[in-house]
Design a protein around this ligand. Structure first.
Ligand code: HEC
Ligand code: HEC
Length: 258
């Protein structure tokens, strides 16, 4: 039996469409740059401009800025650590001036011992999840005054595309993926916890233990109290995630393997 083949016209058609789509933003960017520089003396190409933009940032600070977004530090402490998210989560602008590198490393690796109080957000324990290099980069970023770094921005949550799509992006934006794995598959080591691993959010065991939406929402809001450092615990997201965001996360988790 012959293998199923996609007709070449279809492939060619798709290539043309993709090429056209790529040309539109390039054209717009070219026009903007052309116009912006028409009064000046230099003309920069888009590629040179982008390179110059990133070359201006110290690589360790840049790495820290991206990690600050990837591990959702920004979702609790605010973008660039400017606060304003929850009354229980401090801005990091003061800490960036007053805390030593050693103190910052200690706080990031071990939290601040607040996880015994499940009624308000606490600083999570990251030591088993984030490497020493990554912690050092985060410390460099904080001590550099938490500057804005191009493209170190969280993914934009789409609206009007359904709760599951919204939830799938929130799962990345709030850093759930770093601890619970892609597709909620779990497997991230948590050596000193009873299970030795951070639990999956898919599969039969999860589905039978968390058999109502409310049970899932309750644990996301309250976090867990097992987290005495160096055990990684479930962060407390109450007051940080809205009811709509919680519902969207649940809708997404229900699309994963049962
Ligand atoms: C779930 C919310 C949450 C997340 C995510 C989070 N933090 Fe925190 N963080 C807190 C809370 C709450 C405190 C204050 C705890 C306290 O004072 O006991 C805190 C405290 C801190 C402090 C000490 C601030 C001070 O002024 O003493 C630093 C530094 C810090 N966090 C850095 C980070 C970094 C870096 C990340 C990302 C790797 C991060 N946090 C992620 C909630 C969070
Ligand atoms: C710092 C790592 C970390 C992050 C980030 C994190 N979790 Fe967790 N989560 C855990 C750990 C550890 C547990 C297990 C808690 C326990 O056993 O008490 C857990 C438990 C859970 C549970 C209950 C599952 C079970 O079997 O106990 C749900 C649901 C959950 N997390 C959802 C989320 C969602 C949604 C996000 C993002 C908003 C998130 N988690 C972010 C570490 C994390």
């Amino acid at each position: 039996m012959p293998k199923r083949r996609v007709p070449t016209e279809v492939i060619e058609g798709a290539v043309v469409v993709v090429a056209l789509l790529l040309m539109i933003p390039a054209g717009v960017l070219g026009w903007v740059i052309g116009n912006a520089s028409s009064g000046g003396t230099t003309t920069v190409t888009a590629a040179e401009g982008a390179e110059a933009g990133s070359a201006a940032v110290d690589p360790q600070v840049a790495s820290g800025a991206h990690l600050f977004v990837q591990f959702a530090c920004a979702q609790c402490h605010g973008m660039q650590g400017r606060g304003g998210v929850s009354p229980y989560v401090p801005a990091l602008t003061t800490a960036s001036k007053t805390l030593t590198a050693a103190q910052l490393r200690q706080i990031i690796n071990h939290g601040l011992g607040e996880s015994a109080n499940p009624t308000k957000p606490f600083m999570p324990v990251w030591g088993e999840v984030i490497s020493d290099t990554q912690v050092n980069d985060l410390v460099s970023y904080i001590r550099a005054g938490l500057p804005a770094v191009p493209t170190a921005t969280p993914p934009v949550v789409p609206t009007g595309q359904g709760a599951a799509v919204e939830g799938s992006v929130l799962y990345v934006r709030y850093g759930c993926i770093n601890c619970h794995g892609p597709n909620g598959l779990g497997g991230v080591p948590n050596p000193l916890s009873a299970d030795k691993t951070i639990p999956p959010l898919s599969g039969q065991d999860f589905r039978s233990e968390f058999d109502t939406d409310q049970k899932i929402i309750d644990v996301i809001q309250s976090g867990s109290v097992i987290g005495k450092a160096p055990i990684v615990s479930m962060p407390h997201w109450g007051g940080i995630l809205s009811q709509q965001q919680l519902n969207a996360l649940v809708a997404y988790l229900k699309t994963l393997k049962g």
